[in-house]
Design a protein around this ligand. Sequence first.
Ligand code: SAH
Length: 243
Amino acid sequence: MTRRRWIADTWDEATASIAGNQAAHLIRVLRAQPGMEFDIVAGGRVWHSVLAGISGDEVRFNLIAEVEAEPALPVTLLLSVFKFDRMEWAIEKVTELGADCVVPILARRSDKHLVQAAAARTERWRRLAREASKQSRRSDVLRVEDPEQLRTAIRRSENALRLVLAEQERSTTLHRALTEALAAAGDEVPPILLAVGPEGGWTAEEEGLFDAENWKPVSLGPRILRAETAAITALAVAAALLE
Ligand code: SAH
């Protein structure tokens, strides 16, 4: 049976509760009643739950039993800031595809106004990720980190498999780089970092930074994709190989 799913705002080992928009929807639209059954996502785990009570704008649940759930893919996407409507679309889709985390990147060719507005947008991106996580029945919520300068982000997770999507790359495809790395890693799948450039692409200086930090440039094929298409395709390739 498919139960409707809510993402807990607070929880302990036996109970959870939701507030805000989720609770308002449950109370007013779905006419919440004690005894109704739901799945509750709490701390990366999913619980078969029963509605225990409503107080004001908060709904409380008793957690009955853990439901088996698939973890996110171990993929962090460094997503350069580009036109917000397209970027939002990319965040929604990579959430559906199972990415673990998105780091918005302030790249040299990211539009100046968008760079200035990025920090204030982050809450909206988090809300979107939360909605998309719920809709796609994830057991966890995709994390959206605070925007970072490329120079800082590039030094993340030295032990991860770090791949930069680059349209000029001809010899190594993302598919091949991942296949080889996974074969070499055996059972232990390493964390994977994927970096996607802005609409104008990476500058030569940025390519030099990636190079100096030993990121591997990889291709998604001979055609130039828009940044959002590149992000979604990269996640789909990773999902196909990891799942
Ligand atoms: N410089 C390009 C457009 C960049 S596309 C131009 O205007 O001609 C935006 C980003 O998508 C790139 O920085 C890269 O990260 C990714 N991308 C697009 N097509 C790609 C491809 N075929 N292979 C790998 N990455 C690609």
